[in-house]
Design a protein around this ligand. Sequence first.
Ligand SMILES: C[S@@+](CC[C@H](N)C(=O)[O-])C[C@H]1O[C@@H](n2cnc3c(N)ncnc32)[C@H](O)[C@@H]1O
Length: 301
Amino acid sequence: MKFEEEIMNSIINQIQHNKGKNLFSDAAYRNMSFHCFTEEVVTRYKDQLKLCGQTKRMEKIIDNTVDIVLKEFYRTNQYIDFSLESRALLKKVYNLLFEDIIIGELDLHMVQERHYARLTKILSITNPFTVIINPPNESYASSAACAEYSAEFQLYILGLTSSVIKEPLLDIGCGENAELVNFMRLAGVEAYGFDRILSEEKAYLSKANWFEYDYGISKWGIIISNIAFSSHFLNHHLREDGKHHEFAIVYMKILSSLVSGGSFIYAPAIPFIENCLPANQFLIEREILTEEYARVKITRL
Ligand SMILES: C[S@@+](CC[C@H](N)C(=O)[O-])C[C@H]1O[C@@H](n2cnc3c(N)ncnc32)[C@H](O)[C@@H]1O
């Protein structure tokens, strides 16, 4: 097996080994630990790791590692977010980890202790709410898992009938497998989507964060987001450390990226911002689905 392949396998195995554990636990350094396979691979490939020190090869290993770690954070709690800046910090944490391993002056217990201390720190700085929801007496992290729904269920929730659909269509937070975008494409609709945990990028699917995506201006016939953008906005609206201001900016960017007559359709509803939209520019239609749940269609006039 190739060196890179073996290293990546050990990283995937390592992340599985610590899956769901609480970084803020009192027993964190015993709680989070290197798997024996990691120790074995590190020892076996020490020289090769040294050789690829500051090279592109190493950078690729680190980038892939950061991708896997981010996916795991997001899987554990979907409200964790890493901006471009915090992703760069996370990359630094993994650069330092590999540096510690390569220099080889510390024993592996010390290496792991330093690594998990850095990881804990970066999580607490970039996502301060995680400190509050993960008390030190818990071994496992409090989870807020995120589901992906079938295309049929999403069509029902969003009320997407052929008379509503206007091309091109954009799905924000389309899910790892972009179920609805693929369904639309098969039905001949010009559909696009993006998600931060997309499994495979295609010409019409991109891996992106909704804070960084370029929505364009007067571009989309319809934009949809099922239990994604608005449910996260709602969560941030209710949180003390929430990024409600950033969400409001993106919300307005999304609306500006609609063509005139185009609609943003999403669930759940977020009345605290919908009610602030100027009535001469937007038509707001809410449809109650359950006692607590509504879908919303905002049409740009
Ligand atoms: C509950 S899932 C819903 C997925 C899909 N819309 C569906 O109904 O199956 C929420 C989605 O939002 C995505 N998401 C969360 N935060 C995001 C962000 N900052 N940028 C892009 N996507 C994000 C998640 O990765 C996840 O796939």
